[in-house]
Design a protein around this ligand. Structure first.
Ligand code: PQQ
Length: 252
């Protein structure tokens, strides 16, 4: 039987996955180089809204599968961060902050909330994440959140480059990215502890790396769908119609 990696080597192997983070996707690279059109930025914000609103449902699914009171007491903070709560004081709930970002880039709240711009490929990728969290053990689902190891850098790159490249965007709208810097660091410390404790055999460690890859695939696939629509001008059904005919989520 193969010996497990040491805790340090396992952590390093997880962090090495950062090479495949969506910060390296051409859509994001163009964004940081100031090459995105207003339509592309708007498309990205409208589509990412679907990710934002599903994160608290994903976290609620993790909590529903978690019998440990101590973990739940900590995990619930993630839901409050996104949904907003009086205890957060001046801090805006993440979903509300994302809507403010949407307005800052020229979208109406209505067109964000009704999901008319959400591409099917983005929807399927995000849904795969939520469904995974429903089916997996809470430790496996916690592991899938570890892309947040790499998220502070991506939020910072928006704060560093947007004001200079996209002067048409009201800077007050960037609050979401500022708030996530500290929230992501706190979340990931907890997620990492859970992962390093739970995945304690060579086999389990490989599974953890595969779970993290699954999540990296989700993030990359979302941007692939956005590239097709907003960069290559090939949104779904473009050979047939100019209308955004795609469904807005089935309420079953
Ligand atoms: O803007 C980004 O590129 C980005 C990436 C990720 C991520 O790596 O999953 C998250 C976020 N943002 C984010 O804002 C966020 O709240 C968040 C929660 C989670 C998660 O998996 O629980 N990921 C992310």
């Amino acid at each position: 039987m193969q010996a497990p990696m040491t805790r340090e080597a396992f952590e390093a192997a997880l962090k090495d996955k950062g090479r495949l983070y969506h910060i390296h996707h051409p859509f994001h690279q163009a964004m940081y180089q100031g090459k995105c059109t207003p339509e592309q930025i708007q498309g990205w914000v409208a589509n990412r809204y679907y990710y934002q609103i599903n994160i608290p449902m994903k976290d609620a699914a993790i909590m529903a599968n978690c019998p440990d009171i101590h973990t739940r007491r900590q995990w619930i903070q993630r839901i409050l961060d996104h949904d907003g709560h009086e205890s957060l004081g001046e801090t805006l709930g993440g979903i509300e902050a994302w809507l403010a970002l949407g307005e800052a880039v020229g979208l109406s709240r209505e067109e964000i909330i009704d999901q008319r711009h959400v591409l099917p490929g983005v929807r399927f990728a995000v849904d795969a994440y939520v469904n995974f969290a429903r089916r997996a053990s809470w430790q496996q689902a916690a592991c899938s959140s570890l892309t947040e190891l790499f998220a502070p850098e991506i939020h910072q790159s928006r704060l560093d480059t947007w004001p200079q490249h996209y002067t048409w965007i009201d800077q007050a709208g960037l609050t979401y990215f500022r708030q996530r810097l500290s929230q992501a660091r706190r979340d990931v410390n907890h997620g990492l502890e859970v992962t390093l404790d739970f995945f304690d055999t060579a086999e389990k460690q490989q599974q953890a790396l595969e779970i993290l890859q699954f999540k990296l695939d989700i993030l990359w696939s979302m941007l692939d769908a956005m590239s097709m629509a907003y960069e290559y001008k090939r949104p779904p059904f473009h050979t047939v119609t100019d209308e955004q005919v795609y469904h807005r989520g089935l309420q079953l």
